[in-house]
Design a binder for this molecule. Sequence first.
Ligand code: AMP
Length: 392
Amino acid sequence: MKFVEEIEVKGKTVFLRVDFNVPLDENLNIRDDTRIQASLPTIKYLLQKGARLVVASHLGRPKGQFNPKMSLKPVAGRLGQLLPGTNIIMAPDVIGPEVNSLKAGLKEGELLLLENVRFYKQETDNDPEFSRKLAEGCQVFVNDAFGSCHRAHASVVGIASFIPEKAAGYLLKKEVDYLKKITHNPQKPFVAILGGAKIEDKIPVLESLVTKADALLIGGAMAYTFLKARGLAVGKSLVEEDKLEIAAQIMKKAEDNRVKLLLPLDHVLAISIESRDAAAVADSYPLPEDLMGVDIGPRTIAEYGKLIKSARTIFWNGPLGVFEAEAFARGTMEIAAAVAGSGALSVVGGGDSIAAIQKAGLAGKISHISTGGGASLEFVAYGTLPGIEALE
Ligand code: AMP
């Protein structure tokens, strides 16, 4: 994979894929421009080097329909503020004759922002003809949309077949450099922490980690499917009945590979998620039939904390409890503090884990906060992503 600094871009029309999927309020104001800021280094570099820059992104899920509520126009406005002195042109469409003539008219150092690529269903279908139209008039393809790299979409994967020169932007390179430290010979001990609601999205990463990690610490609702698969009664806790078999297989694989797979030793229990109040803490089974596990308990925090402290590499994705409620947030917040204080190389992905780190004011103590939750999980599972392969 080439890096953008390794290719000549002066005078060339460069197609840059970014992730400008920013949250908008009801008046279409941008609520948080972190994602725009994240790709500014690549945008500034390309403009300074004299590229004629075509920028593309998705925003929300317009499902193949033009939808003014998901237009990238507000992003063009924000780019204007962030790049004073740069001529920024908002395209009326994604492809077509009008867009092509705007591309052709671009001067060096000018930026053309295309409309939302997902206004076309062919984007998510990775349609070759649509990919070709996206590529029209462009000589270089730069991808900086790490958060979209696990999707085989036209502006991420398909387009690469129609543009000979391609490279990763600064953000994508940084993500890959850090994630490789997790997947390629991580410094040992390597401890992975996985939480969140469902096993379903995490099966590939679990399958991979049970062969690579030294310890795998499991929390969140996911833990209850594992506990039930061990034959324990977990009360009203969330269990994915159709995943009991796979959970058992994953535990067996961990044992065969001598990977420590740890499940919570004690639980904060509540009547329901909505109750917002803890009813009890339990460390023996069966858990009461009318209660559900909503957070890891103090013994688990201490035990997981010890392993985190001894780690030299840490990967964390997913909250260890229903951290949105104050009474059930302690496990996630304590794990955030332990990871931040560990001194290990740490990579954290997933909106909830990042929110916990930020809420605790610990972001500066994490080696790398990934901009793509799903993409980072898939990278750790497979060691690469479709959008990265497309750049090779
Ligand atoms: P995910 O998107 O899979 O990372 O899941 C995140 C969600 O899992 C958050 O909204 C948490 O509230 C939820 N969650 C974490 N632990 C539990 C639990 N023990 N019971 C129910 N939901 C949980």
